[in-house]
Design a protein around this ligand. Structure first.
Ligand SMILES: [Fe+2]
Ligand SMILES: [Fe+2]
Length: 214
């Protein structure tokens, strides 16, 4: 997999046009909103990664609208081993299938940073990298989202004026907002009576541990 980064504005514009053809208008509007949000977050936390963050945002939901049957076929094709509860949480499959498709369909964007961020955008994971965190959060709080939890989290994140913070405070703020997002997601899953991804538990545990070690 590529590790160097040569993602240009022209490449991103071409990618945006390409993913538009792979999804509904509604999903495309969301995808572009995630791209804009991840640029704002990237400028605060890791300006060097902004081109890869944008690529990950554009690619994160490319398989979201595939049928369950197609998702499962893609899993088989890419040797993705599913745990027994995967069929009970079909919404999480698209993160795995999208990440698996990138090296084949979009090799010029297949950096480790991009593929990881797409892979973990739904559940989070243990020891999330900064790009994973920012794509995950941008997907949660993009401006097209109207759900109460999303609106609340967006207000909590930006309301604290992270741009005015020093680097340590800004990272702590990100960590605290992510913990809150996992709390809200896990609570929602409990209410719906559906499985909770172990990756989300591990993601939250890692962040809690980090907070306790300050
Ligand atoms: Fe998604
Ligand atoms: Fe999304």
């Amino acid at each position: 997999m590529m590790t160097d980064r040569h993602i240009t504005q022209a490449m991103l514009d071409e990618l945006r046009a390409c993913v538009k053809g792979m999804m509904s208008e509604k999903r495309y509007v969301h995808t572009c909103a995630v791209e804009r949000m991840v640029v704002r977050l990237g400028e605060l936390y890791c300006p060097d990664l902004v081109p890869e963050l944008r690529a990950a945002a554009l690619l994160h939901d490319i398989t979201k609208e595939e049928t369950l049957e197609n998702q499962l076929q893609l899993c088989e094709k890419f040797d993705i081993i599913l745990e027994s509860t995967a069929r009970l949480a079909p919404k999480t499959l698209h993160a795995r299938t999208a990440a698996a498709l990138i090296p084949e369909k979009f090799p010029s964007f297949a950096t480790e940073t991009v593929v990881r961020a797409v892979r973990w955008h739904t559940t989070g994971c243990q020891d999330m990298h900064i790009a994973d965190k920012l794509v995950y959060l941008a997907d949660y709080i993009d401006d097209s989202r109207k759900f109460a939890d999303c609106v609340r989290l967006r207000e909590i994140f930006w309301g604290a004026d992270p741009a005015a913070m020093d680097e340590t405070a800004r990272l702590s703020h990100l960590r605290d907002v992510l913990i809150l997002s996992f709390d809200m997601t896990i609570r929602g899953l409990l209410e719906d009576g559906v499985p909770i991804s172990l990756d989300s538990i591990l993601a939250r545990d890692c962040l809690l541990l980090e907070r306790s070690q300050r």
